[in-house]
Ligand binder design. Structure first.
Ligand SMILES: Nc1ncnc2c1ncn2[C@@H]1O[C@H](COP(=O)(O)OP(=O)(O)OP(=O)(O)O)[C@@H](O)[C@H]1O
Ligand SMILES: [Mg+2]
Length: 306
């Protein structure tokens, strides 16, 4: 069944390169207007999956339907629907930024009376208006990435696929790009491959965890984080450890585990409900308190090792 609010449906995808099974029965559905993150270790098959979606690579078997169109039957139509930022954008080095965008606008059939306006708008969006007449080979990594993003957007596609858009960029540029992706949210359907868990947490409606060519877990960042054992970690630094008090708090129903590290207790809790009562038990001896909630880093590490 192909539901109307589905934009991309990856169905039983297999792809091998020689002996390497890059995709091993990959199934994934992305709704219209959704921002889906794909995370997973190096070599998990993320780039292979999105190259197949972008009709740059063919699977050995399986299909992808993009708004109901099969990659096997309608690759040209699908290409026109997708803007793709590759891991390493292959930009024509000797082109000036503006000429490169013009070239791709013509290639994608943007109406000629709209091209100039669209280029200005995109250069402005990615903060590159002042570099429009400079050649690509004079740009730093971050500036190239910005032009790569403008190129991906030139034909105003419904779907955007970003493969590690902030890889190797300085924190300020990364934040600009994240903010920019966030603004596209809702209007476009977006796939974001990233190794930055805070980026996935910040931007994605749902996150798929990929390993060895298949999806091993999937959910909203909150769902995934709440699956981690111990919803919250409470760190208590005391003047000196207090074994009778530690024994007492082990009886609390929300306490999963109690570890010591010097004069510090590290207490795993499955909810915040009893924190106040726990602090009361150590009353008068506490030097400092802090709590840490699980992050997507914990989710990632946990799911890859199981
Ligand atoms: N063109 C190719 N020729 C040979 N092997 C390939 C090719 N493309 C990908 N592979 C192999 O397929 C596997 C999946 O690669 P892929 O690039 O999809 O991983 P990835 O999840 O994007 O990893 P990374 O996080 O490092 O970008 C890897 O083992 C990779 O070496
Ligand atoms: Mg990759």
């Amino acid at each position: 069944m192909y539901s109307k609010n589905l934009m991309i449906k990856m169905d039983s995808l297999y792809k091998s390169f020689g002996k390497i099974k890059a995709l091993n029965n990959l199934n994934l559905e992305i709704k219209k207007g959704e921002l889906l993150g794909i995370i997973g270790p190096n070599g998990a098959g993320k780039t292979t999956a999105i190259r197949i979606t972008s009709c740059i690579l063919k699977p050995d078997s399986g299909d992808i339907l993009v708004d109901g169109n099969s990659i096997h039957q309608e690759p040209i139509k699908i290409k026109s629907m997708i803007g793709y930022l590759p891991e390493e954008p292959n930009l024509y080095e000797r082109f000036k930024a503006r000429d490169l965008l013009n070239y791709f606008a013509e290639l994608y059939g943007v109406p000629s009376n709209e091209i100039d306006g669209r280029i200005e708008e995109l250069l402005e969006l990615v903060g590159m208006s002042s570099r429009a007449e400079d050649r690509i080979n004079t740009f730093s990594k971050g500036l190239r990435q910005r032009i790569g993003i403008a190129r991906a957007l030139i034909h105003d596609p419904q779907i955007l696929i970003f493969d590690e858009p902030t890889m190797g960029l300085d924190p300020a540029t990364s934040n600009n790009i994240r903010e920019f992706i966030r603004k596209l949210k809702g209007d476009k359907t977006i796939i974001l491959c990233t190794h930055y868990m805070d980026e996935a947490d910040l931007l994605c409606d749902r996150v798929a965890i990929m390993n060895q060519g298949e999806i091993i877990d999937m959910g909203t960042p909150e769902d995934l984080k709440s699956k981690i054992h111990g919803e919250i970690i409470l760190n208590l630094k005391l003047e000196s450890i207090d074994p009778p008090a530690a024994l007492k708090i082990k009886e609390f129903s929300t306490v999963e585990a109690v570890d010591t590290d010097g004069n510090q207790y590290i207490i795993s809790l499955n909810s915040k409900d009893e924190i106040k009562s726990i602090l009361d038990v150590f009353h008068g001896k506490i030097l400092s308190v802090n709590t840490k909630e699980p992050t997507l880093d914990d989710v990632f590490i946990n799911s890859i090792k199981t």
